[in-house]
Design a protein around this ligand. Structure first.
Ligand SMILES: Nc1nc2c(ncn2[C@@H]2O[C@H](COP(=O)(O)OP(=O)(O)OP(=O)(O)O)[C@@H](O)[C@H]2O)c(=O)[nH]1
Ligand SMILES: [Mg+2]
Length: 197
């Protein structure tokens, strides 16, 4: 019960910006047909680049410098035109830190798609993908769209996870895969478009 209260109070505290455009830079317009909002959730270990991927997608910028770990969960809206249809994406950015796991679990079931990230320069984040997939299986809807993303792909000097390893793991679990970079912008738009299609 206490947890449910926490969840609803979180929603109402952020809904202001949702309704009054704090996070809504783009508005509907034109003649393209609209579809209902599509909810995408970013998951994966702390530090893999979930927030940076979202910021790049939303604002086209990379947050260099100090790493500010996400607390709990946050969201941003973005309207995209996919195949001539305006799609409103509601993107949930979760905290990767273990201590927020019970908070983020409550949001899995509302997600239409999950972008599951690891960091190609961090082997542990890759090794944890199996555990993340188990968690997704447990808490998300059966028909959720999952895509595996190997982020920080531009960081060739520090890379410890080969592209082929990511491909192999994705194949094993029957999910699509791509490498991304929130720094260079590689495949950022494509990843969000692919799951929203
Ligand atoms: N080189 C490189 N660094 C990146 C990239 N994406 C993120 N980073 C860096 O990785 C660190 C963590 O990025 P965040 O996006 O905050 O990580 P997060 O997954 O949101 O972490 P939590 O909020 O704790 O779950 C930051 O220092 C970023 O600058 C990338 O594509 N390339
Ligand atoms: Mg974050």
């Amino acid at each position: 019960m206490g947890f449910l209260l926490f969840r609803s109070s979180f929603i109402s505290s952020t809904e202001g910006s949702f309704l009054f455009s704090g996070h809504n830079d783009q508005t509907y317009g034109g003649t393209a047909p609209q579809s209902s909002p599509f909810s995408v959730m970013l998951v994966g270990d702390s530090g893999v680049g979930k927030t940076c991927l979202l910021v790049h997608f939303k604002d086209g910028a990379f947050l260099a410098g100090s790493f500010i770990s996400t607390v709990g969960i946050d969201f941003r809206n973005k309207v995209m035109t996919i195949d001539a249809v305006k799609v409103k994406l509601q993107i949930w950015d979760t905290a990767g830190q273990e201590r927020f796991r019970s908070v983020t679990h409550a949001y899995y079931r509302d997600a239409n798609a999950l972008l599951l990230l690891y960091d190609v320069t961090n082997k542990a984040s890759f090794n944890n993908i199996r555990a993340w997939l188990t968690e997704i299986h447990e808490y998300a809807q059966q028909d959720v769209v999952v895509m595996l993303l190997g982020n920080k792909a531009e960081s060739s000097h520090n890379r410890v996870v080969k592209r082929e390893e990511g491909e192999k793991l994705a194949k094993e679990f029957g999910v699509p895969f791509m490498e991304t970079s929130a720094k260079s912008g590689l495949n950022v738009e494509l990843a969000f478009t692919a799951v929203a299609k």
